[in-house]
Structure formats: C-alpha cells, structure tokens
Write a protein that binds this ligand. Structure first.
Ligand code: FAD
Ligand code: PYC
Length: 417
C-alpha cells in the first residue's frame, strides 16, 4: 500500500506535515487488530508509537474521527513543565519531561522543544508560601524549581511590570528553568510519522460510535464508516470526548468537558523569551517562534463540546495580561480559538483499566495534557501491552474515585481546571 510519495524529499522538513496531509492514503482497516486506539491526538499517536517501538506490537490501528492531531493537540498553548506538587504527579510529569528532552532525536523530527523556563508569579504572601512549598517539594523529588524575588524577576523579564503601582504587585516567582514549550502540531506529526513507519494503521475520518462487548469483555468497536473492527484490546484516548466513549461502554467516568480558549497576537519582534504564568491575576503568556504572543487563562465555566470560547473569559484574560505586560495594550490580537478539555474532580489524569475487561482509558488531562504527551503515550503503551498499569500510571486508576485515594493537583495545575 502506498502511503507516501517522494518520501526522501519530504523527510525532516518543517512543512513536512502539510505535504504529508496531501499525499496521505487512508489505509483500509483490517478486520482484526491486536490493539485499537480510539483518538488520534498527541496521546493516542504517542501510545501507538511506543507500542510499536518498545513493545514490538505493530498490528495496531489508531481510529480518528477527524484528522490526526486536529483536536486539543493542535489547539493548545504548548507549556511543558513538571513542577507538580504531589509525588505521584511529579513522577508522571517528570517522566514526560525527560522524554521531551530527547524527543526530536527519538523521532528524527524537530518538535522545537525549547527549555526557556516557566515562571509562576506570586502576588501575595500566600502565593509566596505556596510556591516555596511547591519548589521545596519539587526539589525533594529531584525536579528543578527555585524561588526568586521581584528585583531578580524584573532583571530576568524586563517586559514584566514588577513595579509597586499595579493592582496586585508582584512579590516574586518560582521558576522551573527546564520547563518551556514546543511546537504542538510537530509532536502529533512526529509520533504519527514514527508510528506509521513502524507499520501502525492510522485511520482518519473513522468515528467510533459503539463498543462491542461480550460477557463483560470488549472484542471490538463499531465505526461510522467501516462497520465493526475487532481487537483483543482497546485503549480510548479521546480527551474531551472521553465521557461519551465511556457511555458507549456502559459506564460513567468522573470527567466533565469544558471549553478552554486561547488567543495569539499579530507577530511582533522578539520581546519575551520565556513563559510567564500568574494564577492570581489569572493569565499566561509566551512568544512563539513566529513572533505571536501566545495568551491564555482558565476553562470557561460552562460545560459543552463546542470547540470555541465565550466572551467574558477573553476580556478577563486580556485584563490580566495587560496588567502584567502593559505594552500588550498596544498589540493587535490576531486569532482566538477553543478546545474541549476533560477535567476530573482532583485535577489529575486517568490512566486505567475499566469495568470492561481489555478496555482501557487514558483521559482527564484537563488543561494540562500537552506536556504529558510523551509520558502518557509511553506509560499507556506499557499498560496496554501488559494488560495492567505501569507502576508510574498505577496511582492514576479511575477506581481511586471509589477508594478516595485522590491526587489533588488543583494548585499546581496552574490554570483553573
Ligand atoms: P486531542 O488532540 O483532543 O485528541 C483526542 C482525539 O480523539 C481527537 O482528535 C478527537 O477527534 C478524537 N476522538 C474523540 N472521540 C472520538 C471517537 N468517538 N472516535 C474517534 N476519534 C475520537 N496542556 C499543557 O500541558 N500545556 C498547555 O499550555 C496547554 N494549553 C492548552 C490550551 C488550550 C486552549 C487547550 C484547549 C488545551 C491546552 N492544554 C495544554 C491541554 C492539552 O491540549 C490536552 O490535555 C491534550 O492535548 C489532550 O491530549 P490529546 O492531544 O491526545 O487530545
Ligand atoms: O498546564 O501549564 C499548563 C497549562 C498552561 C496553559 C494551559 N495549561
């Protein structure tokens, strides 16, 4: 089956994914796979890649209802960090950050991972104390994080208003210098290319509309376009639509879907070479390689599946950003968009077996799953290959909501979940 034309010419070019979309031949699904992955976002594609690469399982299909990487993977603001408070999440996100550090080499594809640092601003004494606690907890877990005062912060980020006349003057910040950002679509396409080269079937425009379950065991999925496709195991990685997928399998997940929006300015000359977040005034900003200021805040408070954001949130976001960076008041905004994220009551993901045998779910990453992409794929691949949770994934079982063993990361989630 021909999937590429002119592969040599296209290899490792930054516009590779555009060319690839043009020459892509959607494979016809086989009747039966070892593993089906539902959802061709960053996490689903990474799972497929690591299943093939590290576990030698290549009889896999990724079923994607739209186009690969067209969901949250291509709508997020790409902050990558591992400064989470609790041991379980620190281990999970640090595992992911370590994979990010070698990802361009691993995939032979430039994911433009830039460790430009990430600052969490403190505007009150309580902010200072909780960030100190976070920095200490991180260091005990071997994760870099340090506190700096306002004078040091002003030297490091001249654009930031650290003066005394703002509504909530900045007192200091915690900073993770190994944190940063990456190129969102490159991650999805890098994993897609890698998985495809290892023999995985990536099938676009193939919506899963039902689960085939016999005697409490999954044996396949029903699709809108290709009927029933059978598999020994199924992994659902549907991000904001995970609740819908769970319903098809006859159980409920403790997830709620919300819009999360972001916006970018017109491209301007380089003014900001790091990532700045403020939980207190509630906004964050970085600058992309193209020059756009990349801006966001928290989820819209209503639930829904519309991939766009509502009005008051943009206004609040811009208020916060202009307070931190007054020069932004003179910059034009270019585009605004939304994704749809799935949040859990403890602001931590779910990587888990389910009440249905051989059916696994990877979801609940809420506002923070981009940074988790490599780690999520790596651990979910091990979980699917072995049929039981990888030790780092084990605390993230969906059954923690029965036992009460929650991992409450609301504080370190950094943007409102
Ligand atoms: P997706 O790309 O959404 O993949 C899920 C896929 O499943 C979709 O392609 C969807 O079409 C498919 N699917 C769903 N149902 C079906 C079905 N029935 N059949 C077949 N396919 C199906 N995280 C960070 O760490 N840092 C950030 O700075 C950050 N910023 C964000 C900003 C915004 C505006 C948004 C929206 C999110 C942000 N996130 C961030 C969160 C992050 O984007 C998500 O947590 C992460 O992308 C989710 O994993 P994914 O890439 O696999 O999801
Ligand atoms: O998890 O760091 C994060 C984040 C920033 C913006 C959205 N999510």
């Amino acid at each position: 089956m021909q999937r590429y034309s002119g592969f040599g010419l296209l290899k490792h070019s930054l516009s590779y994914h555009e060319n690839w979309q043009r020459v892509w031949r959607n494979p016809t699904p086989k009747k039966k796979y070892d593993i089906i992955i539902v959802g061709g976002g960053g996490h689903g594609l990474a799972t497929a890649y690591y299943l093939a690469k590290e576990h030698g399982i290549t009889n896999i299909a990724v079923l994607e209802k739209g186009h690969l990487g067209g969901g949250n993977a291509c709508r997020n603001t790409t902050i990558v960090r591992s400064n989470y408070l609790w041991d379980e999440s620190a281990e999970l996100f640090e595992h992911s950050l370590k994979l990010w550090e070698g990802l361009s080499q691993e995939l032979n594809y430039n994911v433009m991972f830039s460790q430009r640092g990430c600052y969490h601003l403190c505007h009150t004494l309580q902010d200072m104390r909780s960030n100190e606690r976070l920095a200490n907890a991180n260091r005990l877990n071997g994760i870099d994080n340090e506190m700096i005062d306002a004078a040091q912060l002003q030297r490091e980020i001249p654009l930031l208003d650290c003066g005394p006349n703002t509504r909530y003057p900045v007192l200091g910040a915690s900073v993770q210098r190994r944190a940063g950002n990456a190129r969102h679509d490159a991650v999805a396409w890098g994993y897609a290319r890698g998985a495809d080269a290892l023999g995985v079937d990536l099938i676009q425009n193939c919506e899963v509309i039902g689960m085939v379950i016999n005697d409490g065991k999954i044996t396949g999925v029903k699709t809108k376009t290709h009927g029933i496709i059978s598999a020994d195991r199924v992994g659902c990685v549907g991000a904001g639509h995970s609740g819908v997928l769970a319903k098809m399998a006859g159980f409920e997940l403790p997830v709620v879907s919300h819009p999360l929006q972001a916006l970018v300015s017109e491209p301007i000359k380089p003014v900001l070479d790091t990532v700045v977040m403020s939980n207190h005034v509630h906004g964050y900003m970085s600058q992309s390689d193209k020059g756009d200021l990349v801006i966001g805040a928290g989820i819209d408070s209503y639930v829904g599946y519309g991939q766009r954001g509502s009005y008051p949130i943009i206004e609040h976001t811009i208020q916060a950003i202009v307070e931190m960076f007054p020069m932004v008041s003179r910059v034009r905004m270019n585009r605004q968009w939304g994704g749809i994220v799935d949040t859990t009551p403890d602001a931590s993901p779910i990587l888990s077996d389910t009440p249905v045998k051989n059916l696994f779910f990877n979801c609940g990453w809420g506002t923070g799953g981009f940074k988790g992409t490599p780690g999520s794929g790596h651990l979910f691949a091990a979980t699917l290959a072995e049929g039981k949770a990888h030790p780092i994934a084990a605390p993230f079982s969906m059954f923690r909501f029965h036992s009460g063993k929650l991992i409450d990361e609301h504080g370190a989630a950094a943007v409102a979940h």
